[in-house]
Every structure is written in structure tokens, then in C-alpha cells.
Design a protein around this ligand. Structure first.
Ligand SMILES: [Zn+2]
Length: 180
């Protein structure tokens, strides 16, 4: 029996519009949350959490995994020093066709454009010990596209990231949490 919580963050910045507020966490609030996590919980990486689920290791009580979706530049700037300070493992899910691009899928829904990390920033994050996972090629709504497109979105995004990092990419986050 295991039990763990997974925290999901997007943008570490003040909201620039009302409709993106639920995706934003103030950097100082994030720092407070990480300080608290380090004291009250046992932060684990997703790989450690998976090993616990598979029964190869025992997960500690109050295991919490910290994750980030989409690859916003604000997370590169704000999260890395805080995670390093409190020694908290984390995973970042990247939209493989939007590297050095922006959140056009959010902009299409009326939210402000925000920059996403470039290849060097992703490599630096990976080198700092943050696990990198895939978040598809195009932030796809997977249940709404063909089988062929699904396979492309899932497998090609993994390949793009593995080529970028020269390392295996083992984690995947469904955009919008949508799956079938
Ligand atoms: Zn996303």
C-alpha cells in the first residue's frame, strides 16, 4: 500500500489577466510552500514514486512529488533556486514542439502569451537534477484526435526530448488531464 500526493504548478508569476490566475503561483508563495514541504512532508521524484508504486522501494509517509506543466520561463527563473535551496526533487513536463515558443494553446482561449523555455534552459534544468517529461508535441487534447495522431504526439515528443537531453525520458503528463 502506498500513498502520495502530486503537486502541479504552471506559471510562477503574478497573473497578468484574470483568466490565467488559476495557473499562476506567486514566486514568494511558491518559496513558502517548498520550505513547508521540506519540513512537513517527504518530497520525492516521480521516478522514486514509480518505484514505490511498483513495489521495488518503500515510499516514505507523506510522500509528495512536485511537478510543473508546460515549461514556462518563469519556472526556470523562479523555481530552480528554490528547489535547490530546499533540495526538493521535481519534474518538468515540456511541450516538445513549443520549445523556445509560447503558450499559444492558452492564448487561443484568451490568456496572455507567455514564453516557454528554450533548449539550453531545458538542458540546464535537467543538469540541475530536475526530471524532464513529455507533455505531447502540441499540447494535444488526446481523446479528440485520431489514433495515428495520438501515437505521434506521444512517441515523437519523447524522441524530441531524448535527443535534446541525450537521456531517457520516462514520464508523461496528459494535457488538460484528458485521456481515454
Ligand atoms: Zn499543459
Amino acid at each position: 500500500m502506498y500513498r502520495a500526493s502530486i503537486l502541479m504548478y504552471h506559471i510562477l508569476d503574478e497573473p497578468r489577466a484574470k483568466n490565467e490566475a488559476k495557473y499562476c503561483c506567486l514566486p514568494e508563495r511558491f518559496a513558502e510552500q517548498m520550505a513547508w514541504l521540506g519540513e512537513c512532508c517527504r518530497p520525492v521524484g516521480l521516478s522514486e514514486l514509480l518505484a514505490g508504486m511498483e513495489g521495488t522501494t518503500q515510499l516514505p509517509e507523506n510522500s509528495v512529488a512536485v511537478t510543473f506543466d508546460d515549461g514556462f520561463v518563469s519556472t526556470f527563473e523562479q523555481a530552480m533556486p528554490v528547489l535547490a535551496k530546499y533540495r526538493i526533487p521535481a519534474t518538468m513536463f515540456i511541450v516538445a514542439n513549443r520549445i523556445d515558443g509560447d503558450n499559444d494553446w492558452m492564448h487561443a482561449r484568451g490568456m496572455p502569451r507567455r514564453s516557454l523555455m528554450d533548449a539550453d534552459q531545458i538542458r540546464e534544468m535537467h543538469a540541475a537534477g530536475i526530471e524532464i517529461g513529455s507533455h505531447t508535441l502540441n499540447h494535444a487534447r488526446l481523446p479528440e484526435i485520431s489514433q495515428e495522431q495520438k501515437v505521434r504526439e506521444i512517441t515523437e515528443s519523447k524522441t524530441v526530448l531524448e535527443d535534446l537531453l541525450s537521456a531517457p525520458v520516462n514520464h508523461f503528463a496528459y494535457p488538460y488531464g484528458l485521456y481515454d
